[in-house]
Design a protein around this ligand. Sequence first.
Ligand code: C2E
Ligand code: MG
Ligand code: MG
Ligand code: MG
Length: 279
Amino acid sequence: DIAMYGAKKESNRRFKFYTSDMRNRVSSDMLRSALEKNELQLYYQPKVNAVTKTIEGMETLLRWSNSKYGAISPMEFIPLAEETGLIIPIGEWVLKRACLQNRKWQDLGYNPIRVAVNISSIQFMQPDFTRVVKKTLEETKLNEKYLELEITESVALNKEEEVIEKLLMLKDMGIQISIDDFGTGYSSLSYLQRLPVDSLKIDRSFIKNIGSDSTIIKMIIGMAQSLELSIVAEGVETKEQLDYLMNLGCKYMQGYLFSRPVPAEKFEKLLADNGIINN
Ligand code: C2E
Ligand code: MG
Ligand code: MG
Ligand code: MG
């Protein structure tokens, strides 16, 4: 119930991030009604095996299209959602819709792949988070091995023991976990080693400078290999970046070079082409 969360809001305060006049009018009330008004939509971006060019998975990315202001970026409304507590109902909605969609594609006979969902640290730290995930899998009848949760390093920096315990519960349920935007946080190696996760996603900022400075990427890949974690490069836009990453032994990639995030109907067309990306 969205209205319930209204009580939690501090005020209808505008988020400081917005700069233009238009953005100044993006308020928590607008976001609160976005779900009810069907203004939120899920897009999907393929995670590709760059060697075989096949789609190995997909990441769910939330889109908000407002009747008055048009498309509003998640970089803007996710922080607002977190600030107001709206991230809880929105996050639960995203999780459920993504699981339902993936289940639907499997029922249609497409080769089963995993769907990744971004989880805000606020959502992750809810006491009933693991129960919500379990219930969602039951309700949508999606096999747990086809769900992946993306958390950021900042989640992992919170109350360490609690985070590890939660991750273990999710792992026990058979769910995959990845650390998003890896390299931008401050997690120590020893802590990282204790985290029960499956993969690291190298932040886009490191892919950008790959030609001129690849020190950090090499370190991250080396680290992932010694911790036996799989690795995904985010934001791959050029053939040069692709070749460079392949040479470093990183074959799982996401980025505009392969596909932008697309609505479900378009993603289904990619699946219908046997999940092979031609670029
Ligand atoms: P993220 O999880 O790191 O998602 C990757 C972002 O990089 C997405 O931005 C995606 O569109 C973009 N991207 C992918 N490939 C390329 C590329 O080749 N070049 C460039 N320049 N960008 C690329 P988007 O969709 O704007 O989302 C931004 C962030 O908002 C996400 O970063 C994630 O942190 C957050 N977000 C999006 N959807 C959700 C959601 O459902 N729940 C939560 N909690 N956060 C979300
Ligand atoms: Mg992500
Ligand atoms: Mg990321
Ligand atoms: Mg991010």
